[in-house]
Design a protein around this ligand. Structure first.
Ligand code: FES
Length: 105
């Protein structure tokens, strides 16, 4: 992906923000979760039956939907327990205290 694919999230200090953090970028609502020392982005609305993933449970490098328990990988968006249902996932950068996201794949 090109450097130009990064979308700057204005008005957010990534060091002091509360996570999960909901942001809008590229016409989509995204949730950013803290996973250990890094930040991971995923579409806010579950691709299964549209539950809000804000209440999802972080399980290592994965997120479990609070509604039916589908588990999505932060790196690929693939669902582990229901193949074929995939979420849009995002890389998150905090270089120079600026929050940026870009869609993976
Ligand atoms: S709505 Fe998320 S798993 Fe069904």
């Amino acid at each position: 992906m090109a450097e130009s694919d990064w979308i700057v999230i204005e008005g957010v200090n990534p060091a002091t923000a509360q996570y999960p953090l909901g942001v809008a970028a590229g016409g989509e609502e995204i949730l950013i979760f803290r996973v250990g020392a890094k930040l991971c982005g995923i579409q806010r609305i579950c691709p299964h039956q549209e539950a809000d993933l804000e209440g999802g449970k972080v399980m290592g490098e994965m997120l479990k939907c609070p509604h039916h328990g589908y588990i999505f990988r932060f790196d690929t968006g693939r669902c582990l327990n229901f193949p074929g249902v995939n979420a849009d996932v995002y890389e998150v950068s905090t270089d120079n205290d600026t929050l940026r996201v870009r869609r993976r794949t």
